[in-house]
Design a protein around this ligand. Structure first.
Ligand code: KG4
Ligand code: ZN
Length: 342
């Protein structure tokens, strides 16, 4: 007899993407619908929490319906409903959590709350169905920069994290400073392709006493100071060179930390995750590092790096088979820590 297929409807609404997906056995995407709010926030140069919540409410029903239709399943045929319950914007998270609770009550399906960063890490399980813990993972997104030892499914040790700005946040702030739009990451990457990465030597900060921690606010300030210095001297600012030099500094720091962890823990597998992992300079630098160290390199395709619900379905599956079940009191937890159960 064939093994039972576990199909999960996953919902993600922690920031500015309204997303729903149907994922089978944590590894196989049946549908993956993402409605991005980027145009709604671009006017303001960043995510406006109030607008994000309202847009999630307007779109979530349609997005879920599209995910079910594309997967060719009815709600009642599913095994569980998973939703992101933290970390993120509280008003945005609440929309997905309330929707997941309503659907799970109406259809009599188990409810599974998922940690957003666990989702980002789990995107690697979809990309490479043979990947299993233990492995090292560098999570680089708009809100987080974590170097993590994935010990087992749902079991993590955080080796390092940012003490100030996240890597994606630094990309967004530098993009603003050099006159690019929002979100900054992809625009900085594009500008960097036409720039000279050795044009400016930006600092690569170390955190005293915490070799795995990151600090990006000094780098961001260095970029701003550099631009102001040029302006004061009435010299021309070359945004492409700044973008390339900044990106080089970020990628350099991330690679240094990754290399240190690979050596210390004798890693066999190293994975990237999060929105910044869609940056091709970072992907190729870490891939090259893995080749040098004889470590297998993993990275989700760009659409699974930025926020999506398929990754929540993958993480939700491992929570589901481990027996996690949430009740009607599941709440949004904006500051939820990785590995924490609330
Ligand atoms: O993972 P994500 O979609 O949302 C969070 O959980 O934060 O990450 C969004 C972040 C933004 O800061 C965005 O600028 C950055 O990822 N990002 C990039 C690229 N694409 C997105 N950063 C650098 N290069 C990219 N190609
Ligand atoms: Zn994210």
């Amino acid at each position: 007899m064939s093994e039972k297929q576990i199909r999960i409807l996953a919902i993600e609404s922690s920031c500015d993407e309204t997303a729903a997906a149907v994922v089978e056995n944590g590894r196989c995407i049946k549908s993956n619908i993402i409605s991005t709010q980027i145009p709604d926030h671009a006017l303001y140069g960043g995510v406006v929490p109030e607008i994000a919540s309202r847009k999630h409410i307007e779109r979530i029903d349609n997005v879920i319906e599209m995910a079910l239709t594309e997967a060719g399943v009815k709600l009642g045929e599913l095994d569980a409903i998973a939703c992101t319950y933290g970390p993120g914007l509280v008003g945005a998270l609440l929309v997905g959590v309330a929707e997941a609770k309503a659907l799970s009550w109406a259809a009599g399906l188990p409810l599974v709350g998922v940690h957003h960063i666990e989702g980002h890490i789990a995107a690697n399980y979809i990309e490479d169905p043979s990947l299993e813990p233990p492995f090292l993972c560098l999570v680089v997104s708009g809100g987080h920069t974590h170097l993590v030892r994935v010990i087992d499914y749902g079991k993590y040790e955080i080796l390092g994290r940012t003490v100030d700005d996240a890597a994606g946040e630094a990309f967004d702030k530098v993009a603003r400073a050099i006159g690019l739009g929002y979100p900054g990451g992809p625009l900085v990457e594009k500008a960097a392709k036409s720039g000279d990465a050795s044009a400016v030597s930006f600092p690569r900060a170390k955190v005293e006493g915490s070799p795995y921690d990151f600090s990006f606010s000094g780098l961001k300030s260095a970029v701003l100071n550099y631009i102001n210095g040029l302006k004061m001297k009435e010299q021309e600012v070359n945004p492409n060179d700044i973008a390339a030099s900044f990106q080089e500094a970020v990628v350099g720091v991330l690679c240094d930390h990754a290399a240190m962890a690979m050596e210390e823990f004798g890693a066999k597998d190293f994975a990237l995750a999060g929105g910044v992992a869609s940056n091709s300079a970072l992907r190729s630098a870490v891939q090259e590092l893995c080749v040098q160290k004889g470590v297998r390199f993993h990275c989700p395709s760009p659409i699974l790096c930025t926020d999506n619900a398929a990754m929540i379905g993958a993480a939700g599956y491992y929570e589901y088979i481990a027996g996690r079940r949430d009740k009607w009191d599941l709440n949004a937890v904006p500051g939820l820590a990785l590995g924490e159960r609330v």
